[in-house]
Design a binder for this molecule. Sequence first.
Ligand code: KIV
Length: 270
Amino acid sequence: MKSEGKWTASRIRALKGQAKLACLTAYDYATARFIDEAGIPLVLVGDSLAMTMLGYETTLPVTMEEMLHHTGAVARGVERALVTADMPFMSYQVSMEEAMRNAGRFVKSAGAGAVKIEGGAVRVPLVRALVENGIPVLGHIGLTPQSIREFGGYKVQGRKPAQAAALLRDARALEEAGAFALVVECVPAELGAEITAAVGIPTIGIGAGPGCDGQILVTHDLLGLFAAFTPKFAKRYADLGAAMKQAFETYRQEVETGTFPAEEHGYGAE
Ligand code: KIV
């Protein structure tokens, strides 16, 4: 959504029922600039960067220092979007004190405007404390990839009635604790719509159907830059991976055959 002003957590919360919200991930300055210029209101520096940028098999190994480094780069590329930093695995689970300190670093030194935390009702005390201390929180329920070992794989969540009821309770609890919006990942479309109707804050779906208030995609999936694995819910809007490979091959051939550099790429003596 094109907007002149800066996007804040409260502006995003106020979109509930007013407009659909298109969100994307970014991990670097250049991509963040393009995303911001395209009018995306919320840019998530997702811990998915562990896989898309750093080549890990899961999101679990990424560290606070790595997340801070990428968040700073994204924040420098963005003028209007709300930069939301994903708190990495074990940066908020050990103690409230450590979680508060880590969340504070994203805002204070990396330039984030909000943080995202995975988990439902169990996170209520932390979400409340962060919000009370001026740090907006984006919740994340459903398939929470930091719990991949517990789930036993990237599986659709909330298919059983008891699981669906627990996710509804989680969504309400996070709203009550002060989260400004909720990522809902990989749940049946009917449940995505049900959660959306049950809360007064925007739901941002990823594999949670069209009934959510907004959508988020991993930018590498959207651009065709992540070959290792493409989830069913991801739509590819461009094949930049193929375009890059083609450009690299043409460059190599031109250097090898002496076509590049040509006269116009060089400098005369005077
Ligand atoms: O890390 C990430 O990119 C995410 C999105 C998939 C929501 O959490």
